[in-house]
Design a protein around this ligand. Sequence first.
Ligand SMILES: [Fe+2]
Ligand SMILES: [Fe+2]
Length: 400
Amino acid sequence: MLFVIIVTSMILGSILTNFVRGHIIRMHGDFYSRTLSFDVNKLIEQGSQKDFTELISRLEASGQLVHARHIAIWNSKGTLLFGDGEFLLSSATRSGFRRALSGESDFQYLKISDKEPHNSEIAIFLPVMDTHGVVSGVIAFHESDTDLSVDLKVAERKIILYIFITGLTIYALLFMFYFRSYRQLRKATQRVEQSQDSIIFAMSSLSSLRDQETGGHLERCSKYVAILAENLRKTKQFKPYITKEYILTLASVAPLHDIGKVGVADAILRKPGKLTELEFEEMKRHSAMGSEILKMARNRLLFQSNLDLAIELTRHHHERWDGKGYPDSLSGGSIPLSARIMAIADVYDALRSERYYKTGLSHDESVKIILDGSGTQFDPELIRVFQSCHRDFESVFSFR
Ligand SMILES: [Fe+2]
Ligand SMILES: [Fe+2]
């Protein structure tokens, strides 16, 4: 950004300096035009070469031509009346001459030599007006540009500095404004996210209350999926799919996985013994039902939200790698990654937990069961990563 401000300041400084240079030279020319027109006009009408020489000598002696080097005077027909021989019209200066003949002053730069490209002369062309305000001739000077260039170089540096300071100040103000807005926006976003998390937690608690599961199960599931996803992110295979944001979202929606249990009858949910085949079929409806509940909420939103991930995770967390799961009998990579991660987290916690129809298993027993399910129940690649981080699962469960 600093580079852009510096370059812009230099370009603007150079443009402004050139504008000022042109303005100064024109003012200078206008001054000459006004002071010399009366005397020169008289001579254009009736003067001799001698009269011209005398006039120029007089003007030089009175200091009115202090900057002029070579002088030439033409009449309105373009005939050279006076000139010191150096003032030849070239293709470059002819347009200035023509403009002066039409009543406007003009100037052109003349390079003195190729060895000194910055040391140039200016050819100034001025119209000479008669008493009726009609152009009666043209007077032209060669002036050195050196003094003006030195002065303007100093002015240009100052102009660039002022523009640079102004640019920097505007940038700093804009940055402060942007930073304040960004902080306010971030605060508002954080509040929305927190509200969203608490609503998700409240919704998921409904299912756990009915299922007699503790809220601990939901919180632990959040932590397991985050652990597994973070370790997956370290692998080449999953790194492109798993961002930090994905992990945060996955952890926040994981507690919703069994929300569909609110639609399962108490007699089935709280049955102390093994479920009959029919009861199990009824129980299996919870994943599809959960995703339908979440879809209803999602359809009320006009933007993408965490609910999209929650819907796929909820619907598919009981799918199996071999295609024998439910509700859609998806297999392999067609099962969404979120659901494949959730399946491992959910089963680990279910195996470890004590329910009224079973006791909890040890960490090693639970891990063994999960490893045995590699390639049948679970994604073998995920199980490979689970093998490297199952101790973290144990820490989460032990920290109840
Ligand atoms: Fe479930
Ligand atoms: Fe669960």
